[in-house]
Design a protein around this ligand. Sequence first.
Ligand SMILES: [Fe+2]
Ligand SMILES: [Fe+2]
Length: 310
Amino acid sequence: MSFSIERYKEESKKLDTAGIDWEAVTSSPLSNGDLFCLHYMMDIENHVPLYLSHLLVTRACMDPILTAFLACWNYEELWHGENIGKFLNLYGIEFDTQDRIANVRAHLGVQNSVSLMSTMVGSWLLKDFSAVYLTIGAINELSTLTGYGALIRKAGHPVLRDLLGRIIKDERRHFAFYFNSAKEWLTDNEKAQRVDRWMLDRVWVPVGQGVKTQEQVDALALYLFDDEQGEEELLALDEKIGKLPGLAGIKLMSKALYAARDRRGRNPDWASRLIDHEEWAVAPPKKSPIGELTTRRARGGDSADALEVM
Ligand SMILES: [Fe+2]
Ligand SMILES: [Fe+2]
């Protein structure tokens, strides 16, 4: 698996959706679980620009190769979220994409700022921060594409298969960049390997956690991977990450699945109730209304009229 940043810069582009049979989106049914996963995945794809804000303040971003990658990567991820949203809208689920994104962000609260500050400070204190960040990038991209693969299998929806198949190709390139960069950083660097392993064992969480609650993360994991094939896929994922120098035998995604099973074992309703009750809408937060966070300060009032006049 090789990766050339020069080639990536030349070839990076918005997701090619030419030929996707959008008109057939409603021809095949989706289960509640499929819809739950699609909302989760869309929200996390749409969260990338905020995730990027955490990265750009770190020591890792002194590297011009990394910032070149992130510039293209951010743009590609934007179109993943956009197209999953389009798919859901065409399926008949009504929401305004911009409102949904703003609502998700408004729910992040002060915790988001604390996390941004601690990532920034941590990165400057920790010489090998890049090793940790690049490894987490590799795990996130690999688990994202593994999740899309599992959803294709679960949903059996031809249009979704086509769309997610195209997104998976982007995610593979992202994974190749992170994996190769992490490998370069970790090779012959025992201190970085120790730091990386220590951090992954203690602070790593599955992609989306923080934006989504533990129960939402578990609902996705259990829906997609709680069968023989799913578990095998997560073990294979861990094995792949374990090929990085210093990470042999590491358990991450499989451990997250087993922890989700444990939580469900203690509470049989855990996770599945979110899917059964179709809890994928994102309500506007009670405090910090999105009007205060966006340019859309008023709906239907004076300012809306003023906008129209302009
Ligand atoms: Fe993506
Ligand atoms: Fe990606």
